[in-house]
Every structure is written in C-alpha cells, then in structure tokens.
Ligand binder design. Structure first.
Ligand code: PLP
Length: 454
C-alpha cells in the first residue's frame, strides 16, 4: 500500500523512482537538471527521486506515494500545484497558441502589471531563467559603467561571470574568473576591500535567511551612489513572496536593476529584468539580450494570472502568517525538548531549519530529520518554502510530525550516534554560496569611507 500524508508505519516503497534513476545514470550526466532537485539533496535509499503529480501543497511520487511538499519546485510554485486560476489561464492561451512569429500582447500586459507592482520597474524585460536575467543585468551594468569588475554575494546562476567564483568553475577563461569577486552578507568591510573604480556592479539577494543588519542594504545603496556602481538585487526568492513588489517594496529601497523568476508564474518558466530606464535603455541597441522563447505566451499568461491572483488575495500576507505558525511551532518543540542545536529562522515566507555542528555533523542531523519526515509523508530539504496552498491542516500536521521527529533526533544526538539511526546515505553539501572563495584584495587603493564604521 502507498504511503500518504500521515503517520505511516513504514518508509515509502520507491522502486519505480529507483528504476528511473538507474535508467538515467548512464544517459544523463549529473542525473538532474537542477542540483537542488537531485538525489544528492535527499537521503539515498529512503527518499523518492521522481515526482509525477501535484495538487495544492501535495505531490505524488513515481510509486504513487503522497507527500506534503515544502520545496514547491525549488521556489516557483507560489500558489500551489495545479492551481485553477493559473491553469485556466494557461489552458485558455494554449488553445490559441504557445509561441508566435510576432510579438504577443501579453508582453505588454505583463510588463504593465510588473511596472505597477515592482518599485524600480521603470522598464521591464522578460526571459526564461534566473541566470538569463542576472547575466543580462551584469552585462548592462558593464555597458553602462564602462567597467568590468563584479562583486557578488550568494548564488546567481550557472553563467560564467558568477560560477567562476565557485569551485565548479572549470571551462571558464581566466580573464572572466579574474573579474568576479565575492563579499559576505552584512559585512561591509568585506565589500569595501574590493570596491574601487573598476567595479561595475554589486549584485546580491537583498535577504536570504539572515536579516540585513546595521542598515546594510541602505549602506550598499549609498556606496553604489557614491562610486557610480550599479546595484542589482537578485529577487528570485524575495520577489512576489516577501511582498508583491519584493524586497524593494518590503524595505522601501530601490535597486538600479532587479532580477526575478521563480514565484512569478506559479511554476511556468519566466524571468524578469526590471530597472531604471536610463540603464535599461541600453537594451535598445548597445546591449544584446534576446531569446526565442522570451515572449512565450503560456508563461506570460501564467504570470498575469499569478500576479492578479496575488494582488486580489493578499497572498504574501498569507505566506507570512503560515510561515510564522511553522517557525514558532518548530522553535517551541525545540525548546520543550531542550535541543538548542536546531532552530527555524528566516523571514516567514521562506524559513530555514538549521543544525549546529555542536550536536554532530549538520548534514547527518538534517538527513535524519528528512528521513523521518519522509516516513510521515513530508518532503523537506531544510527549508519551508510556503505557498498559498499550505493550509492550516498542513501546518498543524507538519508540527505534529516534528513533535515525533525531533525527539528521535534528540535521542540520536544524546547517544552521539546519529549515523546509527540513518537508514540511507546522508545528503551532500548544497552547492550554493562559497564564502570567501574568490574574495580578492582591491587592485587600487580604496578611497577611505569615513562615513562607514568598519
Ligand atoms: C538567488 C538565485 N539567483 C539566481 C538563480 C538562478 O536561477 P535559474 O536556476 O532559474 O537560472 C537561482 C536559482 O536557484 C537563485 O536561487
């Protein structure tokens, strides 16, 4: 019998998942198209590997087991799987066509909608992936400033300019590698050591899980103003989730350019570049950023329906309220069990569950929690990505699952033998930000920032 979202007696049968995986191994290098969805992020031998269907906040794997999902397609599913308001718009558009030989009116309609809701959207362009728009933003910044150096902080996609700062940088010319540098979030000194008059752009996610401290974002804004650097916000996660207008609206701050994807079209592939007209106008002629599927109509229909639904239904407030219940509930269970080595933190629309190395290998602790949640019908890989379909019943059930699972973790930690409790191979480190990886000293003496306390 298949497992469901309940206190199942056994781990799910994942034979079909495993068979698909065996077929993929010799044919698909790396097996997955998205690292975060790949088998390395899930306890091997226990977790399902392929999902075939979703409805609301629930998904079904290739063996027919049902789960409550907290990954939501790694971000895009902001309203819910098979969400009628969006699916109807896609189906309506499908009847008329997907991709056309001339421009489509939806390009104008969605641009107008975005212009109204995103604070810096004086101009708007569409593309397909997050990396498309972060890379377009970097190219624009370089063209606008006539400089080449880029300072980044976080993950921004697979293209050369970013991935060169990581250890997965094979195949990238040294000339490119030597133009990208990293700084640490909330660490102005780490940024200032690299700021000089060769910097074209500073790009960062306005927040990931940690709150900006000591006016960090506003200081960045000021530094960019002073040095003529283009400030780029990567709003892949904050956009359309933190508030409708993203982090820019939430914090009341404007970036020169901003990049969006994920939540905007409830799972359809579309990304957005928004920004100051003066910079974006370079896309008219000087800077080339065009792609065949950029104006593909099904995704734009989905984006329009998603944004309109969000506007009409206070979606961002709902995400925050469900997230708050989860965060408070998790931390209450932690307190009751005296487990100060784990906590749930972050802004309520997207929460991180973290494990401190004082209790053991954090990846093993995470694997044990993931394993036990899977048994109870919950797919989780360390964060709670909230959607409009996460109901009170879902949240209550999740907390009741944590009430069983966290004491199992506690027992394993108390016995100093988490491995003993693992029934599969633990998850691998997530490839994301590589702290200090390519941080380099500035080439020229930096003008002293008297105004900033270092
Ligand atoms: C913050 C951030 N920026 C950029 C990207 C790249 O987006 P994509 O995978 O759509 O190219 C991601 C993807 O996860 C992301 O999380």
């Amino acid at each position: 019998m298949n497992n469901g979202v309940k206190f199942n007696n056994h781990f799910p049968d994942i034979s079909n998942s495993n068979q698909l995986y065996e077929r993929a191994l010799p044919l698909i290098p790396g097996v997955t198209q998205t690292l975060a969805k790949g088998p390395g992020q899930y306890i091997k031998g226990i977790a399902p590997k392929y999902l075939v269907r979703g409805k609301g906040s629930h998904v079904w794997d290739a063996d027919g087991n049902e789960y409550l999902d907290y990954n939501m397609g790694i971000g895009p599913v902001s309203l819910g799987y098979s969400f009628p308001a969006v699916d109807d718009a896609i189906i309506d558009q499908l009847k008329d066509g997907i991709t056309f030989s001339l421009m489509h009116p939806l390009e104008v309609e969605v641009a107008e909608l975005v212009h109204r809701v995103v604070p810096n959207a004086e101009s708007v362009r569409f593309s397909k992936t997050g990396a498309d728009v972060t890379s377009a933003a970097i190219r624009l910044a370089r063209a606008y400033t006539g400089r080449q150096k880029v300072l980044c902080c976080g993950y921004h996609g697979w293209h050369d300019w970013y991935i060169s700062v990581t250890d997965r940088n094979s195949g990238i010319p040294d000339a490119i590698k030597n133009l990208s540098y990293t700084f640490n979030y909330n660490d102005l000194p780490s940024l200032l050591t690299s700021v000089d008059d060769e910097v074209a752009a500073i790009i960062l996610e306005p927040v990931v899980f940690e709150e900006p401290k000591n006016n960090f974002l506003f200081d960045l804004r000021e530094i960019c103003n002073q040095y003529g650097i283009v400030l780029i916000f990567d709003e892949m996660w904050t956009g359309f989730r933190m508030s409708l207008g993203g982090a820019q609206e939430y914090f009341n701050i404007k970036a020169d350019l901003a990049c969006f994807s994920k939540a905007i079209a409830n799972g359809m592939p579309v990304s957005l570049l928004t920004g100051k007209k003066e910079i974006m106008n370079l896309l008219e002629k000087d800077v080339f950023f065009f792609t065949t599927f950029g104006g593909e109509a099904l995704s734009l229909a989905a984006a329009k329906a998603t944004i309109e639904f969000m506007k009409a239904n206070n979606v961002q407030e709902y995400l925050a309220s469900q997230g708050r219940k989860l965060k408070e509930g998790y931390n209450r269970i932690v307190l009751q069990n005296d487990m100060d080595y784990t906590k749930c933190s972050g802004y309520n629309f997207r929460l991180l569950v973290s494990f401190n190395s004082s209790a053991g290998d954090p990846l093993e602790l995470k694997s044990l929690v993931q394993q036990e949640l899977i048994k109870r019908g919950i797919i989780w890989s360390g964060s709670h990505n909230l959607s409009f379909s996460h109901s009170d019943t879902d949240i209550d059930y999740t907390l009741s699952a944590y009430e069983e699972v966290l004491p199992i973790l506690k027992k394993a930690v108390d016995e100093k033998n988490v491995r003993k409790y693992l029934k599969g191979i633990p998850v691998e480190p997530v490839f994301r930000k590589v702290d200090n990886f390519n941080m380099k000293p500035h080439k020229k003496p930096v003008k002293v920032f008297d105004d900033y306390k270092m």
